[in-house]
Write a protein that binds this ligand. Structure first.
Ligand code: UD1
Length: 417
């Protein structure tokens, strides 16, 4: 599947941000802990979420989609081995480990393996569960977890891993006593997971800080829940307008979740910031931002680094972009160079000398956010861009071509390879 883009337009109109993929994934995984039914009011058609539903199906959890409403029924839940075919499709499947351990005291899951942006080890997850008494055997690509001695306790994470924080939080919900996660990740998606679990009857305190306390409860019940807006999708739209120019109201975008991005964007465009929407107006070539580093929240997110790279590649001046989370996340640079960008990579630094124009080219998506970045580049470029590997974009952006078409872009999907 390909996207064909006729670039050179500015963007205008209104666009609404969907629910967050990275919040929805662990929340869906955490339904393993519930007894009863749940309704999510704002499902998004993303292949990663569909895959998490497939995993729930394997555990005999029913999920039915009616429009945007997703109904989950855990009444007939059973433990099952999470197989390789599923863990390969979505890396976040590993998050379900904590929920399975919390619910059944045992879990078997295929190793998620690496991905295009880096090796992505799970040593922090494993070490944390061991600290809570879980016996772990890794063999033939599977992780066997035996939790007969699983207990609450204090865990210090060597690095504030988002996935490890979420998985541990799920594990502690039904344990007797208090589980404390120190050096926890502080991402808003972790707060949303805690909000969901608390709405179901859990007792999680401190999510959003580096110390999370989980006071164990006997059981959880179902609720109706609306998942938080996707701050990375919101950031992608804002960066698209800053790059292409135009005037767009981005609705359902929470400014408080994107403070580092907004502080950078202030120099590139005009922003009217409200609590739940942001209007962005851009009508001149922006100046480069001298130095940008990706770091854990609330600093600049790695998931917006490729999109930011596109903005810097057409800005006036020189930018040094430092990637600190994933060792192989500069794939976008190689594709952008085909479009005329001037980027030199040295280890985890990208030196971007802004050019006046990008030109349409045949480019290939190497990972989800690279895909979003190349769409922005295609919209900005002079002439036609053909983008292959669109399936990777569908993991985290629902019908991206329709969203940008509403803003006046000439972009369409074709089945032709
Ligand atoms: C989540 C997000 C992803 C985002 C990332 C960093 C989801 C579904 N995905 O991924 O979009 O890019 O946070 O903000 O929420 N690490 C280890 N050992 C571990 C775990 C992590 O070394 O056991 C390393 C990773 O390789 C990486 C860093 O820690 O370098 C951060 O990873 P982590 O925060 O765990 O990211 P994910 O939860 O996988």
């Amino acid at each position: 599947m390909k996207l064909l883009i006729n670039g050179g337009c500015t963007l205008s109109g209104e666009i609404e941000v969907d629910a967050s993929k990275n919040a929805f994934l662990p929340i869906l995984a955490s339904t393993v802990l519930l007894d009863g039914e749940c309704c999510f009011t704002n499902y998004v058609n993303l292949t990663d979420l569909d895959c998490m539903r497939e995993i729930l199906g394997l555990l005999n959890i029913k999920s039915v989609l009616l429009g945007r409403e997703l109904y989950i029924d855990t009444k007939h839940i059973e433990n099952a081995k999470i197989t390789h075919d599923l863990t390969q499709k979505v890396r976040a499947s590993i998050f379900i480990l904590g929920a399975l351990l919390g619910r059944f005291r045992s879990a078997v899951i295929a190793y998620p393996g690496g991905c295009n942006i880096g090796a992505r080890p799970i040593d922090i997850h494993i070490k944390s569960f061991k600290a809570l008494g879980v016996r772990i055997v890794e063999k033939h690509g599977y992780i066997y977890c035996f939790g007969e001695n699983l207990h609450s306790g204090e865990v210090f994470l060597d690095f504030p891993s988002v996935g490890a924080t979420e998985s541990l939080m799920m594990c502690g919900i039904l344990l007797k006593g208090v589980t404390v996660i120190k050096n926890a990740a502080k991402e808003p998606e972790i707060v949303d997971l805690a909000n969901f679990l608390n709405a179901c009857g859990a007792n999680v305190r401190g999510a959003g800080s580096d110390k999370i306390e989980i006071v164990g409860v006997e059981s959880l019940h179902g609720v109706n829940y609306t998942v938080m807006p996707d701050r990375i999708v919101a950031g992608t739209y804002l960066l698209a307008v800053a790059t292409c120019g135009g005037d767009v109201l981005v609705k359902n975008a929470l400014a408080k979740h994107n403070e580092s991005l907004l502080s950078f964007l202030k120099s590139a465009c005009n922003l009217d910031v409200f609590s739940d929407r942001i209007r962005v107006k851009a009508n001149k070539r922006p100046s480069s931002i001298e130095k940008i580093k990706t770091l854990p929240y609330p600093a600049f997110p790695t998931d917006l680094q490729p999109q930011m790279m596109v903005l810097q590649s057409i800005s006036q001046g020189v930018c040094v972009l430092q990637e600190n989370l994933f060792e192989n996340r500069f794939g976008t640079a190689f594709e952008l160079k085909k479009m005329g960008a001037d980027i030199t990579i040295n280890s985890n630094l990208a030196c971007i000398v802004g050019v006046e124009k990008l030109f349409g080219a045949d480019v290939c998506v190497c990972d989800l956010r690279c895909g979003a970045a190349l769409v922005i580049a295609g919209l900005k470029a002079e002439g036609y861009t053909s983008l292959s590997g669109v399936e990777l974009i569908d993991r985290g952006y629902e019908a991206i071509e329709e969203k940008f078409a509403v803003l006046g872009a000439e972009i369409k999907r074709t089945e032709i390879e």
